[in-house]
Design a protein around this ligand. Structure first.
Ligand code: PHE
Length: 476
């Protein structure tokens, strides 16, 4: 009897206190906001150009509909079923898997500090371009001078972090949902606008060679099978899988915590499809935006950069050649990237804050302030890793790393595949696929990919993830 009352009290408390997204639109935009981030803009186009254009796109889409769909569905269903944040959700499904919850909470705590540092860099570039100083950012050594400075990167990181905390502090409806509903449509508009512009440009270089945006689009979207051997294709496959995994924000607790705010009446299958379509469409449009511009101004050579090198060195150089228009276009571009980074940072922070709230019973405001202090401390280490605390170590994948790369490597390359493999084992073999299937079909929804889901979660996804893990640690 006592147990019964305890159960009711707990259930009641959960039902009474847990916030929820007001509807599907809020949920889809928030989850898409998490998925659409720096990866879509600075890595997806580069991988497509490197891996045979349309060949990469086709592989990516097939993987998104199978592998990505399986993992995304699993996490969102775990969240909605348990109504818990990652730290407590795994334990709810099976107490023996509680350690997965702990790791799933540590990952966003590792990512948050450096994501905010990069968010700060993006903000600095947006401010420079919008205030008319974009051309200066293209001068040689500008970016390294900026990040090796001791004040400016810290100030921008602080502002970006404070902004993210301010939104999360306001809660699920007034914070995450409200800002996602404003920022995501704006982001989409900006991406579409800049993509259309990118297709119309043309440029003649100093050798008299004229290249057009449409030719650049071909490099990105038309399949190029030249030199496509089995070995090269396996590289394409691994690249696409690694990118998809990161892009959907899976294996770091985020989708569990967002899933826990989804109403029971909401159709998960439909909403998950929408999230995937949004994320893939923005990644595709980022390619339409970035590849033609880079190709027109720098030819094939310029397309070999990705990450910060592409975003903060090569792209500003291109805008700088466009004069005043470059300042406006660059301003819009970096504002768009800032929105993408901000909505992703919000989701990382929410995974942490909701875990603190569930586990320690703290209120949202206190949990946000605690994580603000922790993230600030580590973000300062990241900033100072480029100057007063400079050091460099070699990672197993050959990258020369500072704090930022180290945190990125441990979280993305090691812990995330481990969490995802653990989740596949939990759902595939221990609590069984029906845990997810029943949740997804709880209102009688049709789950047409049910068989595919079962095969993926039991056999194919763990195998692919294992290969990804081996590749990440340099063993494959
Ligand atoms: N999914 C985001 C992207 O594609 C990145 C991200 C990583 C977001 C970690 C949240 C957490 O860039």
């Amino acid at each position: 009897m006592k147990l019964f009352f305890y159960f009711c009290a707990e259930k009641f408390q959960v039902m009474a206190e847990r916030s929820s997204f007001s509807g599907s639109v809020g949920f889809v935009l928030a989850a898409a906001g998490s998925a659409v981030g720096l990866g879509n803009i600075w890595r997806f186009p580069y991988l497509a150009a490197k891996d045979g254009g349309g060949v990469f796109l086709a592989v990516y889409i097939v993987l998104a509909l199978t592998f990505g769909f399986t993992l995304l569905t699993t996490e969102i269903a775990i969240g909605r079923k348990t109504r818990k944040s990652p730290l407590s959700a795994y334990r709810r499904i099976n107490p023996r898997f509680k350690n997965l919850g702990i790791i799933a909470c540590i990952i966003p705590m590792m990512i948050m500090p450096y994501y905010c540092v990069i968010g700060g860099w993006v903000m600095k570039y947006a401010v420079e371009f919008l205030s008319g100083g974009g051309i200066e950012t293209a001068s040689d050594g500008y970016f390294s001078n900026f990040i090796t400075g001791t004040t400016e990167p810290v100030v921008y990181t602080f502002i970006f972090l404070a902004l993210t905390c301010g939104i999360i502090y306001r809660g699920v409806n007034n914070g995450i949902e409200k800002f996602s509903k404003i920022l995501m449509p704006l982001l989409l508009l900006l991406v579409i606008g800049i993509s259309i512009f990118a297709l119309t440009i043309q440029h003649t270089d100093s050798n008299g060679v004229t290249r057009t945006g449409l030719e650049g689009l071909k490099v990105f979207a038309v399949p190029d099978f030249s030199g496509m051997t089995i070995e090269k294709f396996s590289i394409v496959l691994m690249d696409a899988m690694g990118q998809l995994f990161y892009s959907l924000s899976i294996a770091m607790g985020i989708m569990i915590s967002y899933g826990s705010y989804v109403k029971e009446s909401s159709n998960l299958v439909k909403n998950i499809n929408r999230i995937e379509i949004f994320d893939t469409a923005v990644a595709f449009l980022a390619g339409v935006m970035v590849i033609p511009v880079v190709y027109v101004f720098t030819g094939y050579d310029g397309m070999s950069s990705s990450g910060p090198g592409l975003m903060f060195i090569n792209i500003p150089k291109i805008f700088a050649t466009m004069g005043v228009a470059g300042n406006i276009l660059g301003g819009l571009f970096f504002t768009m990237v800032l929105f993408a980074a901000l909505t992703s940072a919000m989701s990382i922070l929410e995974a942490i804050v909701s875990s603190f709230m569930d586990k320690f019973g703290t209120n949202r405001k206190k949990a946000t302030l605690i994580e603000f202090s922790i993230a600030l401390f580590f973000a300062l280490l990241v900033c100072f890793g480029y100057n007063i605390m400079y050091f460099e170590i070699s990672l197993p994948n050959g990258v020369k790393a500072q704090f930022l790369d180290m945190m990125d490597y441990i979280s993305n390359n090691i812990l995330m595949p481990v969490i995802a493999i653990g989740t596949c084992i939990l759902i595939g073999y221990v609590s069984k696929p029906k845990t997810v299937i029943n949740e997804v079909t709880r209102n009688g929804e049709k789950f047409s990919r049910e068989k595919l889901f079962t095969v993926m979660i039991k056999y194919i996804a763990p195998l692919m993830l294992f290969l990804l893990l081996l590749k990440s640690v340099g063993l494959f």
